[in-house]
Design a protein. Structure first.
Length: 142
């Protein structure tokens, strides 16, 4: 099998940790009384689309949220906060790698991407943009 074939037939798993509300709600329409769910879905869509600039992602579970200390996940903050975790896979190896850093291109792609704030997040950032190492971090799962 050629190197390219091996890369195309492999699956790499990744995980995002974020202080931004990326709850998947399935609310795709603007409807009165459903604004929160719509904005949460829009943030989740933003995450998928940003990853999707380089890869076709697959996931089996939506993001989950837990209360923990952000610094444990490579995020800014030592106080308890809502942290969303989202795990997905892509069908190619080393797609986000650069110079031995497995998630370099993810950090690069998410830098300064806007999101909708004021949802159920417990830490607020202005302006409302993704900042790797501040309100979003990435991990490769081996």
């Amino acid at each position: 099998m050629s190197s390219l074939s091996a890369q195309l037939n492999s699956h790499m798993r990744y995980k995002i940790y974020t202080l931004v509300d990326i709850t998947r709600t399935g609310q795709y329409r603007n409807e009165s009384g459903r604004e929160l769910a719509r904005h949460q879905q829009q943030n989740f869509d933003t995450v998928q689309q940003t990853i999707g600039m380089r890869a076709n992602l697959n996931y089996t579970s939506p993001p989950v949220v837990k209360i923990d200390t952000p610094i444990k996940y490579g995020l800014d903050g030592e106080e308890l906060a809502n942290i969303w975790m989202f795990e997905w896979e892509v069908d190619r190896e080393e797609l986000f790698s650069h110079n031995g850093d497995d998630v370099y291109r993810l950090r690069e792609d998410f830098e300064l991407v806007p999101y909708i704030s004021g949802l159920t997040e417990t830490v607020k950032y202005e302006p409302a943009i993704f900042r790797p190492g501040v309100n979003i971090s990435f991990e490769i799962i081996r």
